[in-house]
Design a protein. Structure first.
Length: 331
């Protein structure tokens, strides 16, 4: 059988490293790994021009396209990026004294429909009963007056009070000036640490995130992996072959991280971190596949519907191409 040549665009994460170096191969595929550590750039190029055969892609944008029937790619249950988001909620404490004070306020966000914002609003609604239906949302870059990338995003299912930042200021400056009362998203405003009024809603976010996970089993999935639909339909073996290779690469990275002889990363207390990961996550904090991630995926589709991004939450199992589960042996 001839080898299929494919491009794959993704950040060079530890769980992808073995695919980049060639230590792990995709059966039947010559994979050209195109590194781009700016995920927004990958999303924009994939959504607008289908520039890659396989790519890291926004989970919320994928689900939105899937529900709308305007999805030129299929996903496999491989999760390139996951991030707890409690630490990415910044407030001006002159206006916000408690989480409930966020109701009805003007909040900055890079993109309303970005996965990080979906999970942040979801956890705030679930944990504090916040109703965001009357909030105003201002989209833009957190630390510049520009917009956040050049996204090709479908209209939201419900009409929402979303506007572009035309102030000539960054969202961070608007937060300082009281034109916004909070910012949510994926970055830290420059005002944080400089202006004492700009603080995190969850100062002890590590403890909050850990307690949240133990109780809910939700570890927010930011990015999945998608295959161009035309490529997938022409190559029936591909979804399973990719899944198998991604899983093998992930397991290898986890095994190397857990090696105690040397520190693989520049984290002086990494040994203690690994002990804590073992205690909290049972040793595997980053599983692939639908079943192991059902609480997180179910929350994602529920939040998308509740926040007016999609009309109706799909079945989680329908979101991903079927993949053949293969027992992976690590070194």
């Amino acid at each position: 059988m001839s080898t299929l040549s494919l491009t794959f665009a993704c950040g060079l994460y530890d769980r992808m490293q073995a695919l980049y170096t060639g230590e792990v191969q995709v059966e039947g595929v010559d994979l050209n790994f195109l590194v781009d550590d700016n995920p927004r750039n990958i999303f924009d190029r994939m959504a607008a021009g289908l520039e890659f055969d396989v790519a890291e892609f926004s989970s919320s944008e994928y689900v939105s396209r899937f529900v709308a029937g305007q999805c030129p790619f299929v996903a496999i249950p491989v999760f390139a990026s996951r991030v707890f988001r409690h630490s990415f909620i910044f407030i001006n404490k002159k206006y916000i004294k408690s989480p409930k004070d966020l109701e009805g306020k003007r909040i900055g966000v890079p993109v309303y429909t970005m996965t990080a914002a979906i999970f942040i609003r979801g956890l705030l609604s679930d944990e504090h009963g916040i109703d965001f239906s009357k909030n105003e949302w201002v989209e833009g870059d957190i630390n510049s007056a520009a917009m956040h990338g050049n996204p090709t995003i479908l209209p939201t299912a419900k009409k929402l009070a979303i506007s572009a930042n035309k102030s000539g200021k960054s969202l961070s400056r608007m937060l300082e000036d009281g034109e916004l009362q909070a910012i949510i998203g994926t970055g830290t405003p420059e005002a944080f640490g400089r202006n004492p009024d700009i603080v995190r809603l969850y100062p002890d976010y590590r403890a909050a995130e850990m307690e949240y996970y133990k109780r809910t089993k939700i570890f927010p999935i930011m990015h999945t992996v998608v295959i161009r639909r035309d490529v997938h339909e022409k190559n029936a073996f591909l979804a399973s072959a990719l899944y198998h290779a991604f899983e093998q690469s992930r397991r290898l990275a986890l095994e190397k991280m857990k090696y105690r002889g040397t520190l693989r990363y520049m984290l002086p207390w990494m040994t203690a971190e690994i002990d804590e990961i073992t205690a909290v996550f049972g040793g595997d904090p980053w599983p692939y596949g639908v079943e192991a991630n059902r609480p997180t995926l179910t929350a994602l589709v529920r939040y998308l519907e509740e926040q007016g991004v999609i009309a109706k939450a799909p079945r989680v199992d329908d979101l991903f191409a079927p993949v053949r589960q293969i027992l992976v042996k690590t070194h």
